[in-house]
Design a binder for this molecule. Sequence first.
Ligand SMILES: *Cc1c(COP(=O)(O)O)cnc(C)c1O
Length: 338
Amino acid sequence: MAADLRSDTVTRPTADMIEAMMSAPVGDDVFGEDPTVNALQERLAGMFGHEAGLFCPSGTMTNQIAINVHTRPGDEVICDRLSHIYNYEGGGIARNSGASVRLLHGDRGRFTLADVKAEVNPGDSHYARTSLVSVEDTCNKGGGSCWDVAELQRISEWCRTQNLPFHLDGARVFNALVARGNDVKAYGQLFDSVSICLSKGLGTPAGSVLLGSKEFIKEAHRTRKVMGGGMRQVGILAAAGLHALEHQLPLLVQDHQRAKSLANALGELAWVTEIQPVDTNIVIFDVEENQAAKYCELLKSKSVFCMPFGPSKIRFVTHRDFSDQDLEYTTRMLRSIS
Ligand SMILES: *Cc1c(COP(=O)(O)O)cnc(C)c1O
């Protein structure tokens, strides 16, 4: 037995998914002629109430393209200090777009309209121009935390009055939507641009889709080319995305249940000092000071793989390839450690 809780990116495509990929009609997507890519882009745009979509190799690229299109060099992006666009995209905001960041200190990655209002710069030329607000739902570093949709609505409405674009890093947006059960289209329309990962909970080998207006996606297409993200007969990958929307999306709820079970099991262990609330498929917990690496190694020796998420923090991420048997095995291994 082995259980891999390092990330929801470790899933392998199912036989059915590979079958769908093998039989996908394809064309040159740089020319906009791949029917499967077009179908995926239209499907997601339709679901989220946006005009158009753009298939890209990764979620880093969809986020970075959005930032690039929304900002000019010297501008400022407002986001939470836990956000992926700030922490885990290689400094791309500065490197790709010449923009700086204004970090908010929210609650597990979630901030309020009041927080945003307090950090938007005045329109005086002394200040950097605030040209984007970005949120992450669910927030990875916040332990898969889900936003309160009413707060997103307040931020969205206010941003519109200020002509301030509002971006969603929705790498795990389907986890959030499944956990809350809210209307996808109404939710999608809160944002000017949405980045969605297909290779996390949805379990495809690669791919992300950026959504927005026709005009926005036209610009995004240019930036994708500049970043080297234009691909050719990539309907092979888009087919995995279409398959996942049909067959993996309904299974996300199980990932959430298994994450809750893991948290319950952790709650009984003397060596676990604190567990963050579990909203979706991520469990972040604390062990004794500076002992995270030690416990990860101990678990690894029992073929339970996970990642230190700080000197005293460990992250578990559940996913399609973490089954009920894996849950049972992991629980047993957790109890065997002291
Ligand atoms: C995974 C992830 C991304 C995109 O990462 P890639 O590895 O480039 O696909 C973006 N935002 C969040 C919150 C993520 O978890």
